[in-house]
Every structure is written in C-alpha cells, then in structure tokens.
Ligand binder design. Sequence first.
Ligand code: NAD
Ligand code: WQD
Length: 342
Amino acid sequence: MAKILVTGGTGYIGSHTVVELLKSNHEVVIADNLINSSIDVLDGIEKICGKRPDFVKIDLADSKAARDLFSTHKDLDAVIHFAALKAVGESVNHPLKYYRNNIFSLINVIEGITKQGISHLIFSSSCTVYGLPDRLPVTESTPVKSANSPYGNTKQIAEEILSESCSVNKNINCISLRYFNPVGAHESALIGELPLGVPNNLLPFITQTAAGLREQLSVFGDDYDTPDGTGVRDYIHVVDLAHAHMAALDRLIAQNNDTNYEVYNVGTGNGHSVMEVIQSFEKVSGVELSYKKVARREGDIAAIYADTSFAEQKLGWKAKLNLDAMTSSAWKWEQSLRSKKG
Ligand code: NAD
Ligand code: WQD
C-alpha cells in the first residue's frame, strides 16, 4: 500500500483513477481547487469504494500554497498530476491563464516532490502533442509537431520541463501518459464527466443532445480523407485509462522503469469515426440522435490513433473496453445526472 497525492482528483479522469487506487488499498490525498469539478464527486467515490479520500482545496499554481501542501504531507510515495485547465478554445483566447495555471502548477509539483524526496510522478499528457501527424498510428517516437493551441503547448512545454528535470535529478522517476480521447464513465454511474456549459467534446455533446439539453449535434466535416469522411479518433474508456495509471504506478514503485523519464501512448489503438460513435450511441441507447453534417471545425485534424505496443510491452497494460461500452456508460451517466437534476 502506498500513499498517493492526486492533483485534480475530483476531475473527470482523476476521480476514476482515485477509485482504482482506493480499490487497490492505496491511501489517497486529493488536491484540487474545484475550478472544473465539484466537491460532490467525493460522495460518488465514497459510494463506490466505501472509503472517502482526504481532500485539500488548493490552487496548485500558487507556489506558497503548494509548498504548504507538500510540507504537511511528507510521507507521500507518489504524485499523480492531473490538475490542469483543458479547454482548447478557451486557451486560444486566454493563453496566459493556461500557461500560468498549467505550467506554474507543474513547476510547483516538481519542486514539492524534489524538496520532500518523493521519487514517483505520473503526468497527464495528451495526444495533442503530435499535432497533425505524418503517419498513423502514432508511436511515442512520432515527432512532436508545433502546437496548434496554447493548451497543446502547455503539454509540450510540460513534457520538456519533466524531461529536463529528470535528466538533472536522477532521484525523480516520472512517467508521462499521452491520453488519446477519454470518454465514458464508471459503470456505477456515480462518477463521470461534468462539462461546464456547452461541451466541446463529441461524446458529452451527443449524450446532452439525446437528453434534450442540446437541439442537435453538428458533425464537423464529412469530407476528410477517412473511410466515411468524418474525423477519426482513438476513443478510450476512462476506466481503462485509470487502469493505465495503476500500471504506471506499479512500474515506478517496483523500480522497473528503464529510464527515469518515460512516455507512453494511452489509447486503444483503434480509430473510430464520428459516424461510428453516433451509430454505437444510437445502438446502445435506443435513441435516434438529431445530427447535421456541417463544415469542418477549425484546428481539427482528419485522423489520429495510437500505436499502443510500447505500453503493452512495458506497462503490461492494454485497453479492454470497446466503443459500445464507452457510449453506453456515457449514456448511463448522463441519465443519472438528469434524474438528479429532475
Ligand atoms: P478535469 O477538468 O475534469 O480535471 C482537472 C481537475 O484539475 C479539475 O478538478 C480542476 O478543478 C483541477 N484543477 C485545474 N487547475 C487547478 C489548479 N491550479 N489547482 C488545483 N486544481 C486544479 O479534466 P480531465 O479531463 O480529468 O483531465 C485531467 C488531465 O488530463 C488534465 O491535465 C488534462 O489536460 C489531461 N487530458 C485530458 C484529456 C481529455 O480529453 N479529458 C485528454 C488528454 C489529456
Ligand atoms: C472528436 C471528434 C470532431 C464535437 C480534444 C482536444 C485534445 C484532447 C482530447 C486534451 C472530432 C468531432 C466534436 C462536436 C463533432 N484533450 N466533433 N461535433 O478534438 O479530438 O480532442 O480532446 O488533451 O487536445 O483537442 O476531441 O471530442 O472535441 O472531437 O463532429 O460537437 O468529434 O470534429 O473529429 P478532439 P473532440
């Protein structure tokens, strides 16, 4: 059993990972400023696990507050750093907000673990670092392309900061996980994604449309060079993604890592088009979705999906849940949200 600090642990991916950590009998401290999550998430976690994680409300971009956090939690074995702002469009209009939040938080976390002698760190990176790839599927050695948003740039800069910090400080062992498109929710429907306002991402937009909150889904582009002309992504069930963090943590704790900075793609390895996601959703929900094909969304790429063989080989992890499991759990979560809100 280890004691793990989970930053951003009341958020979407963080909360699902906290559930898996508690299920494996780890002790968890969540640090979150609740800027994009709700304290009620702790109730959902407790209902699933029968245990409530410790919670500290803190802005990790505030260096003094972060120093205090690390000095009052000296006995941590590892940190999983999810906390970040993630809205691509907002980051274009408010770049400094994104650089300040995402980069300052990371620096404060690295300084905290260095000072307290905590050696294990897992960082949430993104497939966005690949930009528009020349070849598919993307491997971890596919070149990082110039970012097309400040948000994407924060992930590239963060990876550089981590790689450089690890190269001068061999006491830190870090794994960056490059997530592809996380979707779905816990099978209990007690935790899930809570988008603020109008969702930017495909699956929450689909479930909100089916639930009657949105009039119609716009399918952005049907003239891409893909089998059905719509955009192709590597959707990964959030519970599979949570398990990838467990595998990364085990690798670090067992000191099985080959180098003190490793990077892994975390996807399923399968590309699905927007139309395939809609068809899966309609099949599992029995709801006919209102949608319309419109022009491409600016900044979108035609297709991206992962080569996941490195994670399979080194982490012993592979995604298990298919697209129908993703869309059905997302729908169950949306329905549970609506039944709570009446
Ligand atoms: P989320 O917004 O649901 O969770 C992030 C959490 O961090 C929230 O609870 C928020 O309140 C908290 N937070 C943000 N800034 C903070 C700060 N300064 N101090 C303390 N807490 C702060 O997002 P998510 O989807 O769970 O994403 C988690 C991580 O994974 C992020 O780093 C994100 O960039 C990355 N990521 C997400 C996706 C995705 O599509 N969801 C894809 C790739 C990478
Ligand atoms: C998926 C597909 C859209 C909405 C984003 C971030 C990326 C990463 C994951 C954090 C695309 C289409 C979408 C809609 C649509 N996040 N779509 N109608 O853009 O692949 O990635 O989340 O790191 O950085 O950019 O995800 O869910 O927005 O789009 O047709 O209303 O669905 O064009 O093909 P994306 P998405």
